[in-house]
Design a protein around this ligand. Structure first.
Ligand code: HEC
Ligand code: HEC
Ligand code: HEC
Ligand code: HEC
Ligand code: HEC
Ligand code: HEC
Ligand code: HEC
Ligand code: HEC
Ligand code: HEC
Ligand code: HEC
Ligand code: HEC
Length: 487
């Protein structure tokens, strides 16, 4: 009798299994027997998301989950495959996770693109000993104790992921087998950053390895498909830093991305594709608190704008800014919204940046000098345009002033250089440079004026010679007539 009931039950279960391939947890004979055996895997599997979804051991290992007879349950006829081999064990995962319909049958709406992405990623290359891929689903997610990714116990949960990625990336021995040139300091550096500090304290909102690099789709960082490629990274950072709700509790602004994209740097990188223009990580570093070789973020601009930095360091501002704790370049240029610099930034009237700190009161020296510098720039520019008009007039009069015209290019060069020299905030040095411009422009102006004078001189000369020639012709004519009459 007992056996009969058991047989019926099993048959019903078998049918359920065949039609649905899920069975209620308690009816998974594989699980039941292995639990009774106090099998490690079965014990782990108790809290596995797949077990909670009613998925049997047989879903991956094959066999007959309805039979409590181990010889039947684990028989080849019933499709038992034993332990999947290392080379293709990932296929037990893709069986479901790459199949939308199967996942739907479990009531799941998860994406089904993990393998599609993984198979072209840097991690799916052949392992050094040619035993399957270097990393597969199981390398990262483990097996038998898989948790939902937002479960703090998941191996890929934000506060645990550094352990996973670091298990390979912090190991010189392991990385040597694949790419000895790749640094192995990411985790160590990450720990020194604001993100890494928060992460170590258990905050899952701070950026971790996967929030910047992605998970299945990871490419070499120099590949333009990589999430951390210069032109892609701003929007990756913006995923969090432009999310007002997420950032609210940290009380920092959320306008960095918005400002950056309209800055001279953002436009150059994102619209003109100029890779020498900084992306977020060029100023903030990749893993560490600041980029390599930069002692503080306040000095990061100097890594590219070397000359401006050198001049600034020799300027009276250097000491004054240090004493007042003013950030260096940022005080005048901002950080995310750096705009094209213009002459209007100098001087004693809006929108000059000088007047933010210097004012007319007490004959402030900085204020006076700001005024004089602006005066020098303006008068050189005025002289330059006056000269251009003179040269144009000479050209219209058919005079060759191409040398002088060409030399005006040097005046513009002086003006461009003065925009850099200004960072010394030294009036004598600045004047010396502008004076070079005056010398050139004055010479050009003289050449232009001389050419015009010469034009008039030639015209008068031509007039006189025309009159002389006319007189001569008339004289000759009269002479001729006289000779004719005589004969
Ligand atoms: C009645 C008990 C029983 C049932 C039912 C049972 N097993 Fe086992 N299973 C065992 C025992 C005992 C071993 C270890 C001895 C051996 O290797 O044959 C084992 C071994 C295994 C192994 C390891 C094999 C290897 O090559 O190392 C796997 C995998 C496995 N079982 C999966 C399953 C699956 C899947 C089912 C259900 C389809 C299942 N078992 C049903 C008792 C059971
Ligand atoms: C989601 C798929 C999946 C499920 C479900 C699953 N396994 Fe496995 N199992 C695997 C894979 C893949 C391996 C090979 C792991 C490896 O290569 O390290 C494995 C390995 C094993 C091994 C061999 C372990 C070793 O170290 O040699 C045993 C035993 C085993 N599983 C038993 C079970 C039992 C019992 C269940 C149910 C309680 C179960 N598995 C459920 C995928 C699964
Ligand atoms: C029988 C089909 C099936 C197989 C085989 C399978 N899975 Fe799953 N997996 C599921 C289902 C169903 C869920 C739950 C989906 C949900 O909650 O929406 C799931 C959930 C997951 C999750 C958690 C996703 C989340 O919601 O956070 C991970 C990770 C995962 N599986 C990885 C694996 C890996 C790795 C393997 C291979 C060792 C594997 N799966 C094999 C069906 C399967
Ligand atoms: C290099 C490590 C790595 C490998 C290899 C890997 N995963 Fe993941 N997987 C992750 C991380 C990290 C997440 C968490 C998602 C995130 O933070 O973006 C994740 C998330 C998931 C999820 C949740 C849904 C989703 O797409 O985000 C599923 C399901 C999943 N992985 C299945 C797989 C399967 C199946 C494979 C093998 C084809 C695989 N994973 C290979 C790291 C990996
Ligand atoms: C805040 C974003 C961010 C986080 C968090 C992050 N990375 Fe990176 N990672 C980057 C950027 C940006 C690059 C460099 C891109 C470039 O050079 O153009 C990079 C480069 C890399 C490289 C290539 C070698 C190198 O060091 O330049 C590896 C490997 C790497 N990261 C692994 C990791 C690991 C492991 C973690 C977790 C500990 C991690 N990353 C966390 C943004 C991040
Ligand atoms: C099983 C070991 C292993 C794990 C786990 C692993 N990686 Fe890797 N990863 C590698 C190896 C090896 C390479 C180098 C491949 C090469 O250069 O040919 C690599 C390459 C990379 C690169 C590209 C570096 C470059 O060449 O620019 C990035 C980025 C990266 N991994 C990030 C991660 C992140 C993030 C994680 C965690 C989610 C992770 N890796 C987990 C082994 C691993
Ligand atoms: C997963 C979300 C996330 C991503 C992605 C992310 N961050 Fe963050 N970031 C945070 C959180 C949360 C903080 C903590 C804010 C705080 O405590 O001030 C933070 C802090 C910072 C800080 C320090 C702010 C301060 O307090 O001075 C900087 C700088 C920063 N992030 C830059 C970046 C850059 C650059 C990127 C892209 C390469 C990036 N972040 C990507 C979440 C993220
Ligand atoms: C040209 C260099 C530069 C670039 C590019 C840059 N930043 Fe910044 N960022 C700075 C400086 C300088 C600060 C001020 C740091 C300080 O005073 O401690 C800063 C501050 C921050 C802060 C702290 C909060 C705040 O607004 O003061 C965050 C967060 C941040 N940046 C994120 C980003 C993100 C995201 C991007 C890309 C969209 C980015 N940064 C691009 C230089 C830069
Ligand atoms: C990674 C290199 C790099 C870093 C770091 C960098 N810049 Fe730039 N910067 C550039 C490039 C390249 C351009 C030219 C963009 C273009 O094509 O218009 C530029 C343009 C500028 C301009 C406009 C120049 C003009 O002709 O008017 C100013 C001002 C400027 N940067 C200031 C800064 C400040 C301030 C910082 C630090 C907060 C900084 N830069 C950090 C590379 C950098
Ligand atoms: C006290 C204000 C001030 C500070 C501090 C300052 N600048 Fe400037 N910067 C200016 C002004 C004013 C101009 C524009 C001059 C003009 O166009 O006539 C300028 C122009 C520039 C330009 C465009 C001209 C060129 O040289 O290509 C760059 C780039 C630049 N600054 C970078 C920097 C960097 C880097 C720092 C920090 C080392 C810095 N600036 C600090 C005021 C400042
Ligand atoms: C962020 C504030 C700040 C800005 C903006 C600023 N300065 Fe200054 N500057 C100072 C401070 C502080 C000193 C130290 C002496 C003082 O208090 O006047 C100083 C000193 C100077 C000096 C040296 C004066 C002396 O005593 O020899 C000159 C020259 C100068 N600034 C020019 C400028 C010019 C030109 C601009 C605009 C392009 C400018 N500054 C913008 C803060 C600033």
């Amino acid at each position: 009798m007992k056996n009969k009931i058991k047989y019926c039950l099993t048959s019903v279960l078998f049918l359920v299994l065949v039609t649905n391939f899920v069975n209620a947890q308690s009816d998974d004979q594989c699980f039941k027997c292995h639990i009774d055996l106090d099998d490690v895997k079965a014990n782990l599997y108790k809290a596995d998301i797949h077990h909670l979804k009613g998925i049997s051991c047989a879903a991956c290992h094959g066999g007959d989950a309805a039979s409590d007879d181990m010889d039947i349950a684990m028989s080849e006829e019933k499709g038992f495959i034993g332990v999947p081999s290392k080379e293709n064990r990932y296929q037990v995962c893709t069986n479901c996770h790459s199949d939308v319909d199967k996942m739907k049958r479990f009531g799941s709406n998860l994406p089904t693109d993990q393998f599609e992405k993984l198979k072209i990623s840097v991690h799916f290359q052949p392992s050094y000993d040619n035993k399957g891929p270097m990393a597969d689903c199981i390398t990262c997610h483990s097996v038998h104790d898989i948790k939902k990714v937002n479960d703090p116990a998941s191996r890929v949960y934000p506060t645990r992921i550094t352990e996973l990625c670091g298990s390979c990336h912090s190991s010189a021995e392991f990385m040597k087998l694949y790419n000895p040139a790749l640094p192995i300091d990411q985790v160590a550096k990450y720990r020194t950053s604001v993100h890494g500090n928060l992460n170590a304290k258990g905050d899952p909102n701070a950026a971790e390895c996967a929030s910047c690099h992605g998970s299945h789709e990871i490419q070499p960082v120099k590949d333009s498909r990589s999430l951390v490629y210069a032109t892609n990274i701003p929007s990756v950072c913006a995923n969090c830093h432009s999310d007002a709700k997420l950032m609210a509790k940290y009380k920092i602004p959320t306008d960095q991305y918005e400002n950056y994209v309209s800055s001279v740097h953002g436009v150059a990188l994102l619209e003109k594709g100029d890779l020498s223009s900084p992306s977020c990580n060029d100023c903030h570093g990749n893993h560490g608190a600041v980029p390599p070789g930069v002692e503080s973020i306040s000095k990061v601009c100097g890594t590219c704008h070397v000359l401006n930095m050198e001049l600034f360091e020799q300027s009276p501002h250097k000491k004054a800014f240090d004493e007042n704790d003013f950030p260096e370049c940022e005080s005048c240029h901002g950080n995310h919204l750096v705009k094209q610099a213009t002459d209007a930034m100098v001087g004693t009237r809006k929108p000059s940046v000088c007047i933010e700190c210097h004012s007319a009161e007490d004959d402030n020296k900085g204020f006076l000098i700001a005024g004089e510098m602006k005066e020098l720039i303006d008068s050189l520019k005025t002289k330059d345009s006056e000269t251009k008009i003179i040269l144009d007039e000479a050209v219209q009069k058919g005079m060759d002033v191409s040398d002088a015209d060409f030399s005006l290019k040097d005046v513009r060069q002086v003006l461009i250089q003065s925009r850099t020299t200004i960072h010394a905030f030294d009036l004598d040095k600045f004047k010396e440079q502008i004076d070079e411009g005056f010398i050139i422009v004055n010479k050009a102006k003289i050449s232009g004026e001389e050419a015009i004078d010469e034009f008039y001189f030639r015209r008068i000369g031509l007039g006189i010679s025309t009159i002389l020639v006319t007189l001569l012709v008339i004289g000759l004519y009269i002479k001729l007539k006289k000779v004719e009459k005589k004969s």
